[in-house]
Design a protein around this ligand. Structure first.
Ligand code: G3I
Length: 441
């Protein structure tokens, strides 16, 4: 065992998480004790700036929130806080105790609490990954998923073609596997998706029939699917990728639009709500991020906003919007633009989530050594997530997978490394970028 300082540095992530956790609870206590942010900021600054270099470091990592804790305790006693040095002494004592406890709780080589889900919890948001039932049998996949994430999206298992491929055929087992795994590991589930484009809708649904018959099939599908998971899942992507700005009305042509008109979207939300009134119901789409950096993206972003606003104005039971965020490192939306998109959707009273994030860095498109490309990827993950977590109403970030061993990108575009863990399940720079963003750094 080295010195306390060495051990603290080893466990910097644990210590930082501990600090963040406490800070959340403290804000409430400070408010109750009548501290204004300004006065609190002044006191904390005097604590952080008042000591030697070493003490400052110590306090920065493990002590800042504990300085607050001390102030909170003092305030709780109704005492007048006038002496920063008294605070420093009390804080140093408390910090040491807490830090030593934290270190003891850690195993030798890994930090027990340094996980994305613990970091996300400090922000009151969820951190998720698209999950494939076929990989849950692999120990490394399963263990990493359970350790790092608290929000699973069914990558393919609930899509209409998969789960209801013929009128009388339902294949629930793969979806059930994910829902069960999530429940065993205290994770929430986002089911993906109920209605999508024609290529992803089974042929039997698209066969010629009357409007009434079509509506009956839709109703049965939603009631059976959403009803089965009622009380077991947290959210549904009810409609996926309905916008197409190349069309006159800005909506993608599909069998639902053709049979039911534009109202099909509101109808899908209504049916889902009827089947599970407690589920969070979301609209999900791609390239709606970045309102200002390209006319194409701006048009998509504006059309999706208009659609969400109309659903809200019409009283449809829509609760949120997902920004997919499949990004190319060489052509990315800026974090400020993304934050603007999140903000305007949240102002409609909607929850906003990043729903399918990954960042391509293929050497065919992006110059630089592997180290440089991975660093570029880290920065993109970090900057976009850091910008979003600051926005009110931002509820979750989900990655489209988590290990480069399994990504749709390789199949669709060729070999790449778009995710947070490498093919051997080791965290990449991108992982630490996300961790820092979740910790507000
Ligand atoms: O299961 C078969 C397997 O048996 C076969 O060997 C293999 C050969 O190609 O195909 C496998 O199925 C493929 C499946 O992915 C699993 O890899 C399907 O053909 C393929 O169409 C399917 O692609 C999925 C795609 O949606 C279409 O449903 C991707 O995994 C999935 O990541 C992707 O996800 C979409 C979101 O739902 C919506 N947003 C965009 C995102 C990426 O395209």
């Amino acid at each position: 065992m080295g010195s306390l300082r060495e051990r603290l540095i080893e466990c910097a992530f644990c210590a930082r998480l501990e600090v963040k956790r406490r800070r959340r609870g403290l804000h409430r206590r400070f408010k109750t004790a009548g501290f204004t942010s300004h006065r609190l900021g002044k006191i904390l600054r005097s604590v952080l700036e008042g000591g030697s270099m070493e003490r400052r470091r110590f306090l920065k990592y493990a002590g800042a929130a504990l300085a607050g804790a001390t102030i909170g305790v003092v305030a709780g006693r109704q005492a007048e806080v006038t002496s920063p040095s008294q605070i420093i002494t009390e804080t140093a004592t408390q910090s040491r105790t807490v830090t030593e406890t934290t270190i003891e709780e850690c195993t030798e080589s890994t930090c027990c609490s340094a996980t994305l889900r613990a970091a996300a919890e400090t922000r009151g948001i969820l951190v998720g990954a698209a999950t494939s039932s076929s990989f849950i049998g692999e120990a490394r996949y399963r263990n990493t998923l359970a350790r790092e994430f608290d929000f699973l999206t069914t990558e393919n298992e609930m899509k209409w073609r998969r789960i209801h491929p013929a009128p009388d055929q339902w294949d629930f087992e793969p979806a059930d596997t994910i829902v069960k795994f999530a429940s065993e590991h205290q994770m929430k589930v986002k089911c993906h998706n109920i209605l999508w484009k024609d290529e992803r809708t089974p042929d039997w649904v698209k066969a010629e029939r009357s409007r009434e018959e079509f509506l009956r099939i839709l109703e049965e599908h939603v009631q059976t699917l959403v009803g089965r998971y009622k009380g077991k899942v947290y959210a549904w992507d009810v409609v996926n990728e309905a916008v197409d700005t190349n069309e006159v009305n800005g909506l993608r042509r599909n069998v639902f639009l053709e049979k039911l008109g534009e109202g099909y979207i509101a109808e899908a939300f209504r049916l889902a709500h009827e089947a599970d009134p407690d589920a969070l119901l979301l609209y999900n789409d791609y390239e709606l991020e970045s309102a200002d950096s390209s006319p194409y993206r701006k048009a998509r972003s504006d059309r999706i906003y208009k659609l969400a606003k109309k659903l809200v104005d019409d009283g449809a039971p829509i609760h949120g919007v997902g920004l997919q965020m499949h990004l190319d490192a060489w052509n990315c939306p800026g974090p400020v633009d993304v934050a603007v998109d999140v903000r305007r959707l949240a102002r409609l009273g909607l929850k906003v989530n990043i729903s399918e994030m990954d960042v391509r860095i293929t050497e065919k498109e992006l110059a630089g050594t592997l180290t440089e490309r991975l660093e570029r990827q880290r920065r993109i993950y970090h900057d976009i997530i850091a910008a979003c977590v600051k926005e009110q109403g931002f509820m979750a970030v989900t990655f489209w997978g988590f290990t480069d061993a399994h990504s749709w990108i390789d199949e669709e575009f060729g070999a790449d490394d778009p995710l947070l863990f490498d093919e051997n399940y080791q965290p990449k720079p991108a992982y630490w970028g996300v961790m820092d963003a979740l910790l507000g750094e």
